[in-house]
Write a protein that binds this ligand. Structure first.
Ligand code: MG
Length: 383
């Protein structure tokens, strides 16, 4: 079997209500979707993440102009070989960011095809499932005004709790005092049963991150995500060494090469590659191996469409515990609760949580049935 065609779809949707994370106002959700078609008519699907406000055309151009000519005619089962060629061919201008996002999309689509050809779900091809059900955490708590929204955010927390979520990640980074007030209000609203995490999206300096972490030490947070800029591994270490809160990071890191530095330096307690931008299944398996030998748990970042969600869940379930014990903490699934039509409508069978838990998809490959009518109506083909 050979790759006969590759189609790149651009999806963009303006948000009815713009929202902010610590860095910017988000006004649209977008994604780069790739369909790889074989000479026998099978289709595999992949996604390149539009991180932050990244425009989807960057990854789309990389796929269409650079990767497509490399992959056409190849055997879709040769995922490792194709990944290696894509990475080294783009190395002088790639290595991180949107180019690796483009490689991720192709890799995920090839793994989807591999599953369909071998009639197996991807998680089986990765070595099997460590967990069939995964506890989900609610990601949300974006701002609609900026500061001074503790009441509304506490209400949001109560809604997540009413929907069955026992784990939630709160977006902070809006000023330390505002952050602390928000956390106090949320804790009051949901009580001690809910386990909280915080994410400042690298808003703070080392000293500010330490100040916030210390102020929240009695919250028993599972993790403090992206406390400082991703380039500053020493800064991560300083924060980690000076607060009694586990540190998470990695959504802005890429491939085994990038994660090697983060993991070897033990800058994080949780490594968070996003499969749609860190290099797809091929790279994420390597990242998980490096993390495991350093005793660091991988807990993927998820912010994509239905394709990204399914891919993440297959990967997540194949990740071993870095520190195994009878009552060890299992990795958890990031469940984006913000507005994103491509998460809910792109597939006929999107992942939905049940009382705060998600089940690993069955079915060959990603186990996803793309809604082609929705895709055709809401995308343009990039050429
Ligand atoms: Mg994050």
């Amino acid at each position: 079997m050979k790759v006969a065609d590759i189609k790149v779809y651009i999806l963009k949707s303006a948000l009815p209500q713009p929202f902010a994370f610590s860095q910017e106002w988000v006004t649209q959700r977008s994604s780069t979707i790739v369909e790889i078609v074989t000479d026998e008519g099978l289709s595999g699907w992949g996604e390149a993440l539009s991180a932050g406000l990244q425009q989807p055309e960057i990854s789309a151009a990389t796929i269409e102009k650079v990767l497509k000519p490399l992959v056409l005619g190849k055997d879709p089962l040769h995922t490792e070989v194709i990944w290696d060629e894509m990475y080294h061919h783009t190395k002088d201008y790639g290595r991180k960011g949107a180019v690796i996002g483009a490689i991720s999309a192709i890799d995920i689509a090839l793994w989807d095809l591999k599953g369909k050809i071998l009639k197996q779900p991807i998680c089986n091809l990765l070595g099997g499932v460590f967990r069939k059900k995964v506890q989900a955490y609610a990601t949300g708590f974006f701002r609609t005004q900026g500061q001074g929204e503790k009441k509304r955010l506490a209400e949001e927390a109560s809604n997540h709790a009413a929907n069955g979520f026992e784990l939630m990640k709160v977006k902070l980074g809006f000023g330390i005092q505002d952050d602390i007030e928000v956390m106090n209000e949320i804790r009051q609203a949901v009580g001690d049963k809910v386990e909280l995490m915080i994410d400042v999206n690298h808003a703070y300096s080392v000293s500010e991150a330490i100040k916030l972490g210390r102020a929240l030490e009695n919250f028993n947070l599972r993790w403090f995500e992206e406390p400082v800029i991703p380039e500053d591994i020493k800064g991560y270490q300083m924060v980690k060494n000076r607060i009694d809160v586990p540190i998470a990071g990695g959504e802005a890191e890429f491939t085994a090469f990038g994660f090697r530095d983060l993991l070897e330096s033990r800058a994080v307690d949780f490594a968070q590659p996003d499969i749609c931008i860190a290099g797809g299944f091929t790279a994420c398996k390597q990242i998980a191996a490096i993390a495991a030998v350093h005793g660091i748990q991988v807990n993927p970042h998820v912010w994509g469409t239905a394709i990204g969600q399914n891919a993440s869940l297959h990967f997540l379930t194949s990740i071993p515990l870095a520190n195994r014990s009878l009552f060890a903490q299992e990795p958890i699934f990031e469940y984006d609760t913000s507005s994103h039509p491509f998460r809910t409508d792109l597939a006929k069978n999107p992942i939905e949580h049940e009382n705060g838990w998600v089940t690993v998809p069955e079915g060959d490959g990603l186990g996803l049935e793309i809604n082609r009518d929705f895709l055709n109506e809401n995308s343009v083909i990039y050429r």
